[in-house]
Write a protein that binds this ligand. Structure first.
Ligand SMILES: C[S@@+](CC[C@H](N)C(=O)[O-])C[C@H]1O[C@@H](n2cnc3c(N)ncnc32)[C@H](O)[C@@H]1O
Length: 440
């Protein structure tokens, strides 16, 4: 069967038509003529597999990653970068095409296309007989780990540290099915400001094992590693980290600069994975702040966004549920000599309901929820607390859903701007700006 790819859509797949059916095919570029086979027919669409490219797009390139076919992480790595950005910009326009009078602001490209990823989390296992350590991402839609020796989107030193662990870890690795073996995950966080690194070894253990010999050797081999943690995760769970983390050697934070601001990064707290692009994203979000006044930084993490906006507002209130992030946020405010702030450790919904009762209003609210977006109670609450909402989202579909809800509550979607926080993947970050009132 042969078809022409009409366009790339949300989650990167190509959309085509064939005999009246909508067909989705991975690994293709709009305009390409391809031969395909059917994977599965659903009621309204068909999932298909690319068999052969008949007419190749001029934007098709050879991926830098030798494992691109089995890893699946960089599912846009075969498209030249300018065209990746164009596809993402068009996807955003399409998702928001039915919203009235929305201004699509210029797409923000990432300053780095490769080596940008400041956080790596590799699951670990080892071979049954020879006990060779395997570290890498899961093969798409499986729990089989691909042994990744080179990943072009992360800094090269990360590959080297992983290789050192592969060759020197002698305490055994985890086997998910049997729930046995020690090393479950290796998490590496790197500051793009000074290349300092924090390493976390996630272990299937209830007690802290003695691995000081290993940690001393890895630090002496890589002096950029400023701290090594052990996280204990003895449960049979898909969660990467458990509740207990111990610093084994070195310091418990490193510093990342964004613009003129400085941030402490912890081993496992949230921080944008592409700091180069995050800075551009936040600069653009800052342009949407109105009338100085109070800013609510909802889903505020370790305070990154609020602090970045601190020279454009009078006072900041951060709300965040994660305790480790809250502790870092306090330190980040101190580090940047900002006094006029309040930090609230709470779930967004509960805190917003309290603000509603107490009639606490904000000139500006920035929300930056996880991929699933915000719940209706939270959105309904914030719609009563401000006239200016800046929504930062890593999932344009949940942003669309939440935008429709805010519009029902009397807001207008003024602008949407895409940003490429995740080059070579289909993922898209967005800033959406909402205003309430007659003159919005
Ligand atoms: C996408 S991150 C954004 C963090 C921060 N704005 C930043 O840029 O570093 C989402 C944050 O929301 C927090 N979070 C998730 N659900 C929450 C909830 N219901 N209430 C409060 N915070 C929540 C997470 O712990 C995480 O720190």
């Amino acid at each position: 069967m042969i078809t022409t790819i009409e366009k790339n859509v949300f989650e990167g797949e190509g959309l085509a038509r064939f005999e009246g059916q909508t067909v989705f095919i991975k690994g293709v570029i709009e305009g390409e003529v391809v031969e395909f086979s059917i994977i599965k027919k659903y009621k309204n669409y068909t999932k298909a597999k690319l068999e052969k490219i008949i007419t190749k797009s001029p934007h098709r390139i050879t991926p830098k990653c030798p494992l691109s076919n089995c890893c699946g992480g960089c599912d846009f790595g075969f498209i030249d970068y300018d065209y990746q950005a164009k596809i993402k910009e068009n996807i955003i326009k399409e998702i928001f095409q039915n919203f009235e009078n929305v201004n699509f602001l210029p797409f923000i490209k990432s300053p780095l296309v490769y080596n940008y990823r400041a956080k790596t989390q590799y699951p670990a296992t080892d071979t049954k007989n020879s006990k060779r350590v395997i570290l890498g991402y899961y093969k798409e839609k499986t729990h089989d780990i691909i042994n990744i020796k080179y990943c072009p989107i992360q800094p090269e030193i990360v590959d080297k540290i992983i290789e050192f662990i592969r060759n020197n870890w002698i305490f055994g690795c985890y086997h998910e099915k049997e729930h046995k073996g020690l090393l479950r995950h290796v998490n590496i966080r790197i500051s793009t400001t000074n290349n300092d690194i924090l390493l976390t070894l996630v272990l299937n253990s209830k007690t802290k094992p003695d691995i000081k010999n290993f940690t001393s050797r890895i630090i002496s081999e890589f002096p950029q590693i400023k701290g090594v943690f052990v996280n204990l995760n003895p449960d049979k769970t898909n969660k990467i980290t458990g509740d207990k983390t111990y610093l084994i050697q070195g310091v418990d934070y490193i510093i990342q600069n964004l613009g003129k601001f400085r941030y402490k990064l912890g081993g496992n707290s949230f921080f944008q994975v592409n700091p180069h692009c995050a800075e551009l994203l936040f600069e653009n979000a800052k342009k949407l702040i109105k009338n100085k006044g109070n800013l609510l930084d909802l889903y505020g993490g370790s305070g990154v966004i609020g602090i970045f906006m601190s020279d454009s507002v009078d006072k900041i209130c951060l709300v965040e549920e994660n305790e480790e992030s809250i502790a870092l946020a306090k330190e980040n405010y101190k580090l940047n000599n900002i006094d006029n702030f309040e930090i609230i450790n709470s779930k967004a919904k509960e805190c917003i309901q309290k603000f509603e009762k107490e009639k606490i209003m904000f000139e500006n609210i920035i929300i930056d929820p996880p991929r699933k977006g915000a719940d209706e109670e939270t959105l309904s609450g914030i719609s009563k607390l401000t006239k200016n909402i800046i929504y930062i989202s890593c999932n344009p579909m949940t942003l669309r859903r939440d935008s429709l809800f805010l519009i029902q509550k009397g807001f207008k979607l003024k602008s949407v701007q895409g940003a490429d926080m995740f080059p070579n993947t289909h993922h898209i970050e967005c800033i959406a700006h909402f205003e309430a009132g007659e003159n919005a």
